[in-house]
Design a protein around this ligand. Structure first.
Ligand code: HEM
Length: 446
């Protein structure tokens, strides 16, 4: 009888919790410790075993074979409980249909109209700033992203209290990660954290139900995703309100934290790198007349701003943990893998690999001279890959680039003295910055 090869195990598993505690305390450091043990490393979260894929070629294989490596596994299961069966969470069997229904909303021809909303929302945010008055950066960026997502995807939602929805959304998304690492029975204990999570989830569902009802009642026939979903039919059958609500949740969840974290980290790194700041200011001053907001037609001339966005997506990929579940027995790198195994890929790990990105911790936008964040080389995977690749990759990059240019054309941001940024996963919590009005630079260098 031949020996069956098993992937090496990560050291430090605790009884019961396994590596759950390490993933709670310092998830990114834990991830980064894994490649030292192999291209494929076993970890344990509570009773669940998972295989972490550390090699970029193997990651590509997992992401592009979505029939074998289906959406599932510890993270997605928990996300599904909260978000339902929308585009981001549904299994392979439902995915082609759901993607076909939603893809037209992301057609290249739609982006210029969305860009008008992106510009408007970024401009609205910076208009409200006061010279010398500190801002808490992450919530401000979340507000820009939430308003943009809501206006582009769900048209006007006059009755929605965006701030309240955002608060619930934050409690909810934080809760999903915590739950992933804890045994299921703990969900049902009457703990304050569970109550807060349940309330936030109920509030989000109610708000989304109201958005859908309002759309129907007013007969909105816009070019937004929600109008499309409400009017589409397949074989004479309309989507049910529950199906539509699941989609809205998926897009809400996908579109806010990702863009907000990208913008917040960008402002943080720019303030820490005076030479980058200088080049960025020179570019926005040359391209945007007298601090005017950035518009879609100017994007080709905002190349340096775009490179900053790409480099931020490398250093701080918002989707840092992607989980899959095997639908049949398979193998990876010669290791047999049973059906139903959880497989984990981490763009963060690939993006910080010193063989792939020399001096990986250095913030250097010029790495991306002539390349794009949505490219296909497998070394830069902030949007994942294969059939489950982010549906809004171009949308997200466009939004981040326009917002960053709009902000920095008007304001210079420096860290508030004493500010202490703690990366809470890949969100910069506690990032407080002080905007000061800018005098445009006179040089037209880039
Ligand atoms: C910088 C911005 C963004 C980043 C880094 C990002 C990242 C990602 C990643 C990594 C995935 C794949 C997840 C997986 O393979 O498990 C994904 C999927 C997805 N994203 Fe994004 N995203 C961004 C912006 C957005 C925006 C703005 C929206 C909505 C307006 C959005 C909606 C979605 C949806 C619906 C999916 C699921 C796609 C599918 O399974 O077919 N994302 N995103």
């Amino acid at each position: 009888m031949g020996m069956v090869r098993t992937a090496p195990q990560a050291p430090g598993a605790l009884p019961l919790l396994g590596h759950g505690l390490a993933l709670r305390r310092d998830p990114l450091a834990f991830m980064m410790s894994l490649p030292a043990h192999g291209d494929l490393v076993q970890i344990r979260v509570g009773p669940v075993r998972a295989l972490v894929v550390c090699d970029p070629g193997l990651v590509q294989r997992v992401l592009t074979d979505d029939r074998t490596f289906d959406k599932g596994g510890l993270l997605i299961e928990r996300v599904r409980e909260g978000l339902g069966n929308g585009l981001g969470t549904c299994p392979h069997g439902d995915h082609r249909r759901q993607r076909r229904l939603t893809q037209p909303a992301f057609h290249a021809q739609r982006i210029p109209a969305y860009a008008e909303v992106m510009t408007r929302e970024a401009a609205r945010a910076v208009d409200g700033w006061t010279h010398g008055r500190d801002i808490d950066v992450l919530p401000v960026m979340q507000e820009i992203a939430a308003r943009t997502t809501m206006a582009t995807m769900f048209a006007d939602t006059p009755g929605t209290d965006t701030t309240a929805v955002l608060e619930s959304f934050n409690v909810f998304s934080h809760g999903i990660y915590q739950r992933m690492l804890l045994p299921h029975p703990l969900d049902r204990l009457p703990l304050p954290a569970n109550r807060r999570y349940d309330q936030a989830r109920a509030h989000l569902h109610k708000a989304i139900g109201a958005i859908i009802a309002d759309h129907r009642a007013r007969g909105v026939q816009g070019a937004d995703l929600l109008s499309m979903l409400l009017t589409t039919s397949e074989n004479g059958q309309r989507l049910t309100d529950d199906e539509i609500a699941d989609q809205v949740m998926s897009f809400f969840f996908g579109g806010i934290e990702t863009v907000a974290a990208t913008l917040a980290w960008a402002l943080h790194e720019i303030a820490r790198h005076p030479q980058v700041e200088q080049r960025l200011h020179a570019e926005v001053d040359a391209v945007l007349p007298a601090g005017a907001p950035a518009t879609f037609d100017l994007l080709p001339r905002l190349a340096y701003t775009g490179r900053i966005v790409t480099e931020i997506l490398r250093l701080y990929p918002p989707g840092w943990l992607l989980t899959r579940i095997t639908t049949t027995p398979t193998d990876l790198d010669g290791y047999p893998i049973a059906k139903g195994a959880t497989v984990v890929c981490s763009p963060y790990l690939i993006h910080h690999h010193p063989d792939l990105h020399p001096d990986p911790e250095r913030f250097d936008p010029d790495r991306w001279m002539g390349q794009s964040a949505t490219g296909r080389n497998g070394l830069l995977i902030p949007f994942g890959g294969g059939a489950r690749k982010c549906i809004a990759d171009t949308f997200g990059v466009t939004e981040a680039t326009l917002a960053l240019a709009t902000i920095t054309a008007r304001w210079r941001l420096t860290h508030t003295p004493g500010t202490d940024v703690t990366p809470a996963l890949v969100n910069p919590r506690g990032l407080h910055m002080r905007p000061t009005t800018r005098e445009p630079t006179r040089t037209r260098t880039m």
